[in-house]
Ligand binder design. Structure first.
Ligand SMILES: Cc1cc2nc3c(=O)[nH]c(=O)nc-3n(C[C@H](O)[C@H](O)[C@H](O)COP(=O)(O)OP(=O)(O)OC[C@H]3O[C@@H](n4cnc5c(N)ncnc54)[C@H](O)[C@@H]3O)c2cc1C
Length: 402
């Protein structure tokens, strides 16, 4: 039988997209939730925008899918390109129309999803949203969890039955739960810039999603609703402050597509990128979800998607336990379902994608390009490729997607 709920509350730490979704999925099923966010308000940053078909399927019932479609850009095609040889292969996800109701990538910035979720949470009784509250310590026993928060009014202590830590790649909760986060950090930094310049007007054979390989200057060129985003590596010897100057970004964009006018640069940020997965997703009454449990490079657009899949898997189980429909053992299925997916699919795909983009050996490079052409030319291989890169195949294997 399910354990008695002593405090009648789930504590969710981190009000990013994964934490706010986790809180929403629980709250809409009648579970009181406290969402604890360190920042004073919605964080607007230009990280995730690519949302894959299974994520849209899984969020359909709760309304988040329609909210993202309303604010996003539907992109059925994606290309692999080479900086010198141009277009190598193009894949059209419309071919997956019998597999999914959403045969495309949706480009919708993560803060738009989070903002929509905040709006929903504000309407649900029993939800506490604590902004400017930073987790600093926690303890637990067999019956519940207590968190210590640094707040504008000083230290606060709050109790709950369960804790779900969605506090990102540098998670405090992960350390407090004694969970290891092995892996490595890429030496180069990733520059994200955004411009309203319309690349369709200058590069006539691109599509909205373009992965362009190069031994030194690979880049991802992505159309999102109000701009084009460019992600490229920056040598770590270049200080971050130098890499986000107009001079540096103008040089990089002019090198990518020379034009007489300067680019209007509306977004600029530098990120460190790592490949890491925790050794366990659970310690007692504490769980990890999203970037606190796994981080990866953005090539393939899988990090947030994986975090959303965590939230769905964990909350489905916790809702059953909370309402007495399943025992505690149900919660162990979360790690069983999600950790192999993070390692075998998300980590391996993103590591492979980066290698393909940056390969320096000319012979291997050419072989990679030939392989993309071969996959594109063979309908069966192309179909399998799209099933894997869209995350449909792996989520079906894991049982999360029917
Ligand atoms: C350049 C780039 C591009 C990307 N593109 C994609 C993409 O297209 N598709 C995709 O799927 N993924 C993408 N990702 C990955 C994606 O951004 C992350 O996976 C996603 O943000 C994870 O969400 P999260 O809620 O787990 O963590 P976060 O978004 O990091 O949110 C964590 C929240 O916790 C709060 N917090 C931290 N510490 C505390 C504390 N002690 N107490 C309380 N609150 C705390 C933070 O303020 C923050 O609001 C990209 C990443 C990068 C860097």
């Amino acid at each position: 039988m399910a354990a008695k709920n002593l405090h009648d509350r789930v504590l969710v730490v981190g009000g990013g997209p994964v934490g706010s979704l986790t809180a929403y999925l629980l709250a809409r099923k009648g579970i009181p939730v406290t969402l604890i966010e360190a920042e004073p308000e919605l964080v607007i940053d230009y990280r995730a925008s690519t949302i894959h078909p299974p994520t849209l399927e899984l969020l359909e019932e709760c309304g988040a899918t329609q909210a993202m479609i309303d604010q996003g850009l539907i992109c059925p095609t994606m290309q692999y390109r080479d900086r010198r040889q141009g277009k190598i292969a193009e894949f059209d996800l419309s071919a997956l129309k019998d597999e999914t109701r959403y045969p495309y990538r949706l480009q919708c910035e993560q803060f738009k999803l989070t903002n929509w979720l905040y709006g929903q949470l504000r309407e649900i009784p029993g939800v506490d949203m604590l902004f400017s509250h930073r987790l600093t310590d926690l303890s637990q026993d067999d019956h519940g969890v207590e968190v210590v928060l640094d707040s504008p009014d000083g230290e606060r202590r709050i109790k709950g039955d369960w804790l779900i830590a969605c506090d990102g790649g540098r998670s405090t909760a992960r350390g407090l739960l004694g969970i290891k986060f092995d892996g490595y950090t890429h030496p180069e930094h990733f520059l994200v810039s955004g411009t309203t310049f319309d690349f369709f007007s200058a590069m006539d054979d691109i599509c909205s999603v373009n992965y362009t390989a190069d031994p030194v200057e690979w880049y991802l060129l992505l159309q999102i609703p109000d701009m084009w985003r460019i992600i490229m590596p920056v040598d770590p010897s270049i200080p971050d402050d130098d890499a986000i100057t107009d001079k540096y970004i103008q040089g990089a964009l002019q090198n990518l597509n020379p034009r007489d006018e300067p680019y209007d640069i509306v977004v600029r940020a530098i990120y460190r990128v790592s490949q890491r997965v925790v050794n366990t997703y659970r310690n007692g009454r504490g769980f990890l979800a999203g970037d606190s449990a796994h981080i990866n490079n953005p090539l393939g657009g899988m990090g947030l998607n994986g975090g959303i899949h965590d939230a769905v898997s964990l909350t489905d189980r916790l809702i059953r336990v909370w309402h007495g429909e399943a025992g505690d053992a149900e919660l162990d299925g979360y790690e069983v379902q999600r950790r192999p997916e993070a390692i075998n699919h998300v980590q391996s795909m993103t590591v492979r994608n980066k290698k393909l983009m940056e390969e320096r050996d000319p012979v291997i490079r050419q072989r990679n390009l030939d392989e993309w052409r071969r996959i594109e030319a063979d309908p069966t291989l192309a179909y399998e490729h799209m099933m894997e890169t869209s995350m449909i195949a792996s989520l079906r294997r894991s049982g999360l997607l029917s």
